[in-house]
Design a binder for this molecule. Structure first.
Ligand SMILES: Nc1ncnc2c1ncn2[C@@H]1O[C@H](COP(=O)(O)OP(=O)(O)OP(=O)(O)O)[C@@H](O)[C@H]1O
Length: 312
């Protein structure tokens, strides 16, 4: 087809990880991990360095043998997929290819080995915007071009499921923007896109769902908005009023802790903003400001994961 897209392979497109565990000598890299990844969405697989993301992805792709538990794609273990390239495409690290080979020839070699039509190489190159560099040698490719070539190779079998390990690593802002648009586009076509990252900020822009792990264990999973707001719930309330003494007394009666700051703002812990508003109304305190301070998400993420991770 002219745009290089065909309809994805049938299958439920789900990734299901269940009780997955990998024990290295004296390190449990992945520890009884369970989560599910749905089609039609980009799922961010988040965790600090050493959390076990790569090991999990490698178990999904049958490159590492689990100690226990299971990981399935389209309801089957990778090893049991009859035509794996048609089910799942993976980009585990910046693509490597024979240095002297051109981008298009690299893809044609894979097509030949996998029994795919030769023309598919041109289609996927077009898909990732590398057609102008088709005949350039791999050794002259930038990191961004190598990433695109890796994605092109993963797309050769037109898989329903895409798995990428830290695809934004080393890319410039333009490359990252392209990657984001490309992956969202694949999800919009109904594909399953699982992307690992150690950057929460990147996942806020890219992911629909997130799975957060630390020290091999699940920390949170769910729609990105829901997970983020659960992480920053319980922020302290800021309130400003000319009748500060009256409001402080009324709030303390409600069990709240009130700390005035140097600018005349009252910082209130223990009750939420609507409660502060109601209390102010009852105490006849005029409000000049009322809001909730949200903790910095990146800091919460670090605390959430560092506390579990320890030193690895
Ligand atoms: N073959 C191995 N033998 C022993 N330990 C290993 C092996 N592979 C990984 N590990 C360890 O398992 C832990 C998890 O590693 P993993 O690469 O899965 O983490 P990650 O979340 O992908 O982190 P990063 O982003 O740094 O790659 C790390 O402590 C790592 O050193």
């Amino acid at each position: 087809m002219s745009d290089g897209q065909r309809s994805p392979t049938p299958g439920d497109g789900q990734i299901v990880v269940s009780g997955l565990t990998k024990q290295y000598k004296n390190l449990r890299a992945v520890d009884d991990l369970s989560f599910a990844v749905r089609p039609g969405r980009v799922t961010g697989f988040l965790g600090p360095n050493g959390a076990g993301k790569t090991t999990t992805l490698r178990m999904l792709l049958n490159l590492v043998t689990p100690t226990s538990g299971s990981a399935t794609i389209d309801g089957r273990r990778y090893a049991d997929l009859t035509d794996p390239l048609r089910h799942v495409g993976a980009v585990l690290e910046a693509s490597s290819a024979h240095k002297g080979r051109t981008g298009i020839n690299h893809l044609r070699v894979i097509c030949a080995a996998a029994g795919l039509p030769r023309g598919r190489a041109d289609e996927v190159l077009e898909l990732v915007g590398l057609t102008p560099a088709a005949k350039r040698k791999f050794k002259g490719y930038s990191l961004g071009m190598k990433q695109r070539l890796g994605i092109a190779a993963a797309m050769l079998g037109d898989p329903r499921v895409l798995i990428l390990d830290e695809p934004a690593n080393g890319l410039d802002p333009e490359g990252i923007r392209w990657m984001r648009g490309f992956l969202k586009g694949l999800a919009a076509q109904g594909r399953t896109v699982l992307v690992s990252s150690h950057l929460l900020s990147e996942m806020q822009l890219l992911a629909d769902d997130v799975v957060i792990i630390a020290a091999g264990k699940l920390v949170r999973q769910g729609p990105v908005e829901q997970v983020m707001s659960s992480m920053t719930a319980g922020g302290r309330v800021r309130v400003r009023t000319p009748q500060a003494d009256e409001l402080v007394a009324a709030l303390r009666e409600q069990g709240a802790t009130v700390t005035p700051d140097e600018h005349g703002v009252l910082l209130v812990d223990g009750v939420d903003a609507p409660t502060v508003g109601r209390t102010a109304l009852a105490a006849k305190a005029e409000l000049h400001e009322l809001g909730t301070e949200r903790p910095d998400l990146e800091r919460v993420f670090l605390e959430l994961t560092a506390g579990k991770a320890g030193i690895r």
